[in-house]
Design a protein around this ligand. Structure first.
Ligand SMILES: [Ca+2]
Ligand SMILES: [Ca+2]
Ligand SMILES: [Ca+2]
Length: 479
């Protein structure tokens, strides 16, 4: 019976556990021949938010007698100091993303140019400084000039000059930079074609230089100008330069104070000289005479004047004439014991000129001062041309050169007119237009002591007021 009973128990157990039975809400199952009732948790669900302040997740239980679902907070955080919001975060500067998990780039250049002297370049997570062309970085923020000349002479053929942020090429004297082409190579200057060399008689161009020689009776001045030896030295020869002549428009002539002995001119003694740019000087203040008037005309009867070549001229002729090639006026005064190293030679020459002046006999003449006035490149006034300007090319302009030398010993005075060979090229502005049939405004020369009507103290030089004035150099000077 026991065996049956036991069999019965097992039989009951077997029946109960092989079926799915519920006892209330419990579930039974078989294990080691016994029946159990149990439950377990399922996995947590995904969090409802990746971060922030409201994330939750739930889990459920399964099995015999399982409890209800469970809920808990999750992902309640923010990265990098962010402030939690529902389901996201508010990020501090420099961070981004829903949860502030991203590090954002800061544009360092936006403030104070990143401390860079020139350019600031922002990069992801950083920045760097850059320099303008011609500069290079000195350290991390500053820029210093780059000396281009250090490397290969800057590519310059001759001279290289470093400048802030750049450099430039230049050439030695007698060479010209090749601006049209590369700005670094140098071309030889053909000096013989330059207007400044127009007074060189025989010019030979050489690479980097030139060679100038002169005809007989001339001396080479400044390496490029042949001057008639009849001329008194002037300009560079006596370490002086020409005077600028802004007086054309206000009609004034240049006033110079004479040494205290003054200049005795027949019955009057003068202490000032007024030098006009068109070939006349006066000892009384005059306005520039625009028209040549013979020296014996009544116009001068009370004005002491000396005119070596008074002509209708214009110091700056036309627009294409630069100051360099316009009229130049040299005024050099030499006074005994004036410490000028050239004075002795000038006074000696003036002495001989006085002693040997035709018609005078003054073997003891000893000047105490002399003034040398040189008119160079006197060009005709083109105002008679149509429109008032001839626009003659510089190289075609006719030019006159002449000199007046005054000297005195206080009692006797001399005035020398000097016309260098072939350097009187025109006598009337009409020659510019090729109108020489009936020229007007022909140059005059002579003097008037300004002592009355038809005074004996006035004289017109032969040729004065005629086209023969062009040959004054042949008659009164020249060789
Ligand atoms: Ca950056
Ligand atoms: Ca530089
Ligand atoms: Ca040359």
């Amino acid at each position: 019976m026991v065996g049956v009973k036991t069999l019965l128990i097992f039989g009951v157990a077997f029946i109960i556990c092989t079926d799915t039975h519920y006892c209330g809400r419990r579930r039974y199952y078989a294990r080691r021949r016994r029946c159990y009732c149990d439950w377990y948790w399922n996995a947590w669900s995904a969090c409802s938010a990746p971060c922030g302040s409201t994330g939750t997740q739930t889990r459920t239980a399964s099995g015999c007698g399982a409890p209800g679902p469970q809920t808990q907070a999750c992902n309640r955080f923010c990265h990098n100091g962010g402030t939690p919001l529902p389901s996201s975060c508010s990020c501090p500067e420099g961070f981004g993303g829903t949860c502030c998990e991203l590090e954002l780039d800061i544009d360092e250049c936006s403030e104070n140019n990143g401390g860079c002297q020139h350019a600031c370049v922002n990069t992801e997570g950083s920045y760097y400084c850059d320099c303008r062309t011609g500069y290079r970085l000195d350290g991390t923020h500053n820029c210093t000039d780059y000396d281009e000349c250090e490397m290969n002479n800057g590519g310059c053929q001759q001279a290289c000059t470093n400048t802030q942020g750049s450099f430039s090429c230049s050439c030695f004297a007698e060479y010209n930079i090749n601006w049209d082409n590369d700005s670094v190579t140098c071309n030889d200057v053909n000096e013989c074609r330059l207007s400044a060399w127009r007074d060189c008689h025989f010019c030979t161009n050489t690479p980097g230089s030139y060679n100038c020689t002169c005809r007989d009776g001339h001396s080479l001045v400044n390496g490029k100008e042949c001057r008639d030896v009849d001329l008194y030295p002037y300009g560079v020869e006596v370490d002086s330069s020409h005077q600028h002549w802004p007086h054309y428009h206000n009609h004034n002539c240049k006033e110079e104070l004479l040494p205290m002995e003054g200049f005795r001119f027949f019955g009057r003694r003068h202490f000032y000289i007024y030098i006009c740019d068109n070939g006349i000087v006066s000892f009384d203040r005059i306005r520039r005479p625009h028209w040549p008037v013979k020296l014996t005309e009544h116009q001068w009867r009370s004005t002491a004047v000396i005119a070596p070549f008074l002509a209708r001229s214009r110091p700056l002729h036309s627009h294409d004439v630069t100051l360099h090639t316009g009229t130049k006026l040299f005024v050099e005064l030499y006074s005994k014991d004036d410490d000028n190293p050239h004075t002795d030679a000038i006074l000696l020459r003036a002495r001989d000129d006085g002693r040997f002046a035709r018609g005078f006999y003054l073997p003891d003449y000893e000047p105490i001062w002399a003034i040398v006035v040189t008119w160079a490149n006197v060009v005709p006034d083109g105002s008679t041309c149509p429109g008032g300007d001839c626009h003659i090319e510089n190289s075609r302009l006719l030019k006159n050169n002449f000199q007046l030398v005054l000297s005195t010993d206080g009692t006797h005075s001399f005035a020398h007119f000097i016309y260098p060979t072939k350097k009187i090229e025109w006598a009337s502005p009409d020659e510019v237009l090729g109108q020489t049939g009936h020229p007007n405004a022909v140059a005059v020369a002579g003097y008037n002591a300004g002592q009355g009507w038809w005074s004996d103290y006035a004289r017109d030089m032969e040729y004065s007021g005629t086209m023969k004035m062009k040959w004054a150099w042949l008659k009164y000077g020249g060789i």
